[in-house]
Design a protein around this ligand. Sequence first.
Ligand code: CA
Ligand code: CA
Ligand code: CA
Length: 215
Amino acid sequence: MCDRKDLTLLPALSAIIQTFEKYASVQGDKDKLCKAELKALIQTELAPMIKEAKGGREFEELFNAMDLNKDQEVDFLEFMSALALCTCICRGKSQNQNSSLPPLHLLLFISSSSSAPIMSGCEEESCTTLPVCIYGLAIVFKSHAGADGKLNTGELTQLLKEELPGMGGGNMQQMVSQMLTELDGKDKDGLMDFQEFMQLVTVYACVMYEMMSQE
Ligand SMILES: [Ca+2]
Ligand SMILES: [Ca+2]
Ligand SMILES: [Ca+2]
């Protein structure tokens, strides 16, 4: 069975990157998902997250929503941003914040209160599936954020130390306060909520993606 303690940030991100690369490299630009590649990825990897097979017009809407720069391809930043957004919507953190979100709902059905639908799609040999990775990111956040559901300086420092060892080095404190300031959204509360955390994860994942694809 899936052991939640095994779901840590780096393996989850690395599995997300590998999944993206697997599908993006099928045809054309190997760093971008064309429509056919995205469709294959969603149908194969996100099946447990989708209520029913989506096709035709709904897929077009989804693709257009994900393709932020309108080059008819979905690159890793766009892909990761969509996953982050989905995860936030799942947790009900970004409700009524952006009216242009609806197409992304096509990807979703994760219940904000229960992990059962995702974990039910987690067979013994497929613990690194995309939905499980996404769920893992939420677990990482939740396990550090405490009762208020937000990360303060100490909690973020602890999270980074445990999940991203080697990061920050001697300037950990400075880096943490910079992160908190830069990613503090509209609420400006000096704390990192889940949506803000997912922005951090997105940036980090993109850096990781660059590094991994240069190897
Ligand atoms: Ca491609
Ligand atoms: Ca694009
Ligand atoms: Ca905040």
